[in-house]
Design a protein around this ligand. Structure first.
Ligand SMILES: [Zn+2]
Length: 303
């Protein structure tokens, strides 16, 4: 799908998270509309420029490719997900997050939670088991439908909507969690600000995003450089998994200072190295020690 020339390219003026003008940012290199692979000099495609914000470490592309039809990106036939075990709740699923939310929130009566990008509702079920009255919304029609028919989510608790259009009562939730969302939206700052509006004072927001410090991307970029190209592995705005942004903790710190919240807790998840497993024994501890894991998880508190 991404091979079709169906994009407009939008120039960026400022860093989405901290507002620094784009001219002050550092060019990391170029990203094509397909994986660069092991022989990057042979790969043909449309390129855009990847930059890193010098102030907050946010990585994004300028210009930003916007598909003519968003279904070109996310119109995956959902049947490819519908294997029987996809509908099973793994033991302890989202349990760590629920426990941390409860610990950060302390003793509050009538806890209410909202899942942004609820998928088929697994985190909603975990939150309900953890004592929250849980609501959610999910943009995909088939996922929304399966959440209700297969997972038993109550229809009045789950809307089918995108974050840009959905509405809830202001200050009506204690906990908001973003599933795999923020790296896919064009305006993550606006998404956070909108969801902050739904939180009560002292409420907590949980966000997991790709880290712009991921060590494996640095290795990949070095490899592309040694092969005589200026290609980089950061972001993937025109091919799967369609990540538009990578975040740094500083991106949230700067954003917090402008939008009335603080960072209550953060952690890095090392996840995969995508290299032969012999390297894992060395690289995983290094990533843990240096904060260069694949995923960044932040817990934000509304002030
Ligand atoms: Zn920035």
């Amino acid at each position: 799908m991404s091979d079709q020339l169906r994009y407009t390219f939008r120039r960026i003026t400022h860093c989405n998270m901290c507002g620094t003008p784009v001219e002050e940012n550092r060019v990391l290199g170029r990203r094509l509309n397909r994986p660069h692979g092991r022989h990057p000099r042979r790969v043909i495609g449309i390129a855009t420029t990847v930059v890193r914000c010098r102030s907050c470490g946010l990585v994004y592309t300028d210009p930003q490719p916007v598909p003519f039809d968003i279904q070109d990106h996310y119109g995956v036939p959902p049947e490819s997900y519908w294997k029987e075990d996809y509908f099973q709740m793994p033991e302890g699923y989202f349990g760590g997050e629920v426990r941390r939310a409860r610990a950060l929130l302390g003793d509050r009566p009538g806890l209410r939670a909202l899942d942004v990008g609820a998928g088929i509702g697994k985190a909603m079920i975990a939150l309900e088991l953890g004592g929250f009255e849980t609501h959610g919304f999910e943009p995909s029609k088939p996922f929304h439908e399966r959440a209700i028919t297969r997972m038993g989510i109550r229809p009045e608790r789950l809307k089918q909507a995108m974050i840009e259009e959905v509405e809830y009562e202001p200050a009506s939730f204690d906990f908001v969690t973003f599933g795999v969302v923020l790296e896919h939206v064009y305006d993550p700052s606006a998404a956070i600000v909108k969801a902050m509006g739904w939180l009560r004072k002292g409420g907590v927001m949980h966000i997991e995003v790709p880290s712009s410090r991921w060590l494996i991307n640095r290795f990949a970029n070095l490899y592309y450089r040694l092969r005589g190209t200026d290609l980089v592995a950061n972001t993937s705005p025109m091919h799967e998994p369609y990540h538009l942004y990578e975040f740094d903790l500083e991106s949230f710190r700067r954003h917090a200072a402008r939008h009335g919240y603080s960072i209550a807790f953060h952690e890095q998840y090392v996840c995969k190295t995508f290299l032969p497993s012999v390297f894992d024994a060395i690289l995983k501890p290094v990533m843990r020690l240096t904060g260069t894991g694949m995923q960044l998880c932040v817990w934000l508190r509304k002030e």
